[in-house]
Design a protein around this ligand. Structure first.
Ligand code: FAD
Length: 502
């Protein structure tokens, strides 16, 4: 007898149905469950709800008669409706909660994870061999490159002679331009499925009290394998070449710059990371993109994405509760509501408005504007993780917990990064055009035009002086506090600013 196979909403690509020893049965009937409780529990960005439901319904349409697509309240209910007590297989889901749930089911067999490059056991062996704590992403990334023969030459050396091309990347934006000189990213064309989803979301809001945040539409991200492949193709052909130099730069009028916009497609499982890396490598071999850009992009996927996924499981379920800096402040209403219009600081207003309007910003606004602001103000890291998870189209538990708790909030006390990622306004000024028309000045610490990031940076260092002075990467900055004659006035100013929009 053929066993049914259950696809979660982030397992939508063909590789989740490839039969085999650690895959589903050949021609297994497929179960998909649209559980409304997910949306009742949390207030998601509406564009994210739209994207996920569109993608699931499109996948169901592709699978046709092979799939039982159940719309119901909970997964348990849906599974009972689809298979009763009958056996079902499912690939390892992407959150601790979902894994606990599928393991608790007597009729479910959990198959290994797909959609990532390295099996958990291999990572565990690698990490244990590296001391288990204070792991280095760079070491992991080189190991993956070697092991998977990615961007390597015949002699086993990295192509281009170097592992790391950061030196050629991370440029400030070009001067006096409003946008990068690259063709725009792929934009999907909406269809009946989008109309139906939008109609359902309206009804849920009207009749069922389900609430969303942010603005929905037009849909910007791929919702099918076909669309995701088209987006990948367009990125590789037209935009990858400039990815490297400007990957850390920001332009107010060009939020995407040369980023790929592929995170939601990878995280929905529409694209497999191995194929994305292979296609990027092909672009380099074909001479379409220079090595620094291709290496920078491959590093994001085979390095960062994979590392974050592995750490989520390796650090375990309690990792999310780390709060090494004892940050307890609740997130203010204007931030929760994505109210960029309430914010005067041009950079933060721009990033928050981008999130409100699209559910996406690139990694530097996430890290150095949104995350850094929260860190400086001592906001609760768990509440911030929840905010990122709900408000970003590519947000899932596995990817948000390490990125926010570890990378952005230093709440793990340095298990993931060697220092807190935060800066004064001078970094934003150097890497963007966002300070130009701003009411604040990046160099001002105190007074009417004191930049909230510059003042916030010093207030943060002051608050954590004792902990940070022993960190070799922070000690010099901490010593800088002693040279500030206006520190008392600065701290008083920041206390008075409180959590009002800056
Ligand atoms: P590109 O800049 O084109 O990068 C290519 C790909 O690399 C991305 O599509 C993504 O799949 C991968 N990638 C790069 N860095 C990371 C990373 N740190 N973690 C995981 N994948 C990475 N990414 C998510 O996919 N989901 C999230 O919820 C998420 N939350 C983040 C929260 C914070 C505070 C920070 C600092 C980063 C977060 N990231 C997250 C990583 C990164 O910001 C996004 O992957 C990226 O901005 C998505 O845009 P893109 O597809 O154009 O990426």
């Amino acid at each position: 007898m053929v066993t049914a196979h259950w696809l979660f909403g982030d397992q939508l690509g063909p590789h989740f149905l490839t039969p085999g020893e650690d895959g589903p049965d050949r021609d297994a009937p497929v179960v998909m469950i649209e559980a409304r409780s997910v949306f009742r529990r949390r207030r998601f960005h509406r564009a994210k709800a739209h994207l996920i439901l569109s993608a699931m319904r499109r996948r169901a349409a592709e699978l046709g008669d092979r799939v039982s697509y159940v719309r119901c309240e909970t997964y348990r209910e849906g599974l009972r409706e689809a298979v009763g007590d009958g056996p079902v297989t499912v690939h390892h889901p992407t959150s601790h909660a979902a894994l606990r749930f599928v393991r608790s089911l007597e009729n479910a067999t959990v198959l290994p994870a797909r959609g990532f490059l390295v099996p958990h056991a291999d990572f565990r062996a690698w990490a244990d061999g590296h001391g288990g704590r204070r792991l280095r992403q760079e070491d992991f990334y080189r190991w993956v490159r070697r092991d998977h023969d990615m961007l390597m030459d015949d002699g086993g050396a990295p192509v281009g002679g170097r592992w790391n091309h950061d030196h050629d990347n991370r440029e400030p934006p070009p001067k006096d331009v409003r946008s990068l000189d690259v063709p725009p990213p792929y934009r999907p064309r909406e269809d009946d499925v989008d109309d139906e989803v939008r109609h359902d979301l309206d009804r849920w809001e009207r009749e069922e009290g389900i609430r969303f945040v942010g603005r929905d539409g037009p849909r910007r991200f791929p919702a099918s394998r076909r669309e995701a492949l088209a987006a990948l193709r367009r990125f590789l052909q037209h935009r990858l070449a400039l990815f490297g130099p400007y990957e850390d730069a920001m332009l107010a009028a060009d939020p995407v710059m040369s980023h790929s916009l592929l995170s939601s497609s990878l995280n929905l499982g529409l694209l497999d990371p191995a194929e994305v890396v292979a296609r990027a490598e092909d672009a380099w071999r074909a001479g379409t993109a220079p090595v620094n850009s291709v290496e920078g992009f491959v590093r994001q996927i085979a390095g960062w994405r994979e590392y974050v996924w592995q750490l989520y499981w390796y650090f375990g379920e309690d990792y999310r509760r780390h709060n090494a800096l004892n940050h307890r402040a609740p997130l203010p209403e204007w931030f929760l509501e994505l109210d960029g219009d309430a914010v005067t600081a041009h950079c933060l207003a721009t990033a928050l408005t981008q999130v409100r309007d699209s559910g996406w910003t690139h990694h530097i606004p996430r890290l150095m504007l949104l995350g850094s602001f929260a860190l400086q103000r001592g906001w609760d890291p768990l509440a911030l993780t929840d905010w990122f998870h709900r408000c970003f189209v590519d947000g899932y538990d596995w990817v948000m917990v390490p990125n926010v708790v570890g990378m952005s909030q230093y709440a793990d006390g340095g298990m993931m990064t060697t220092k807190p990622y935060t800066s004064g306004g001078s970094y934003v000024h150097r890497m963007s055009d966002l300070c130009g028309g701003c009411a604040y000045r990046p160099a001002d610490r105190v007074g009417e035009r004191a930049c909230p990031y510059t003042a916030g940076y010093w207030a943060f260092l002051h608050r954590h002086r004792d902990r940070l002075k022993g960190n070799v990467r922070m000690s010099q900055a901490v010593r800088g506090l002693d040279r500030l004659r206006d520190l008392d006035a600065l701290l008083d100013q920041e206390r008075r600013r409180g959590d009002s929009p800056p």
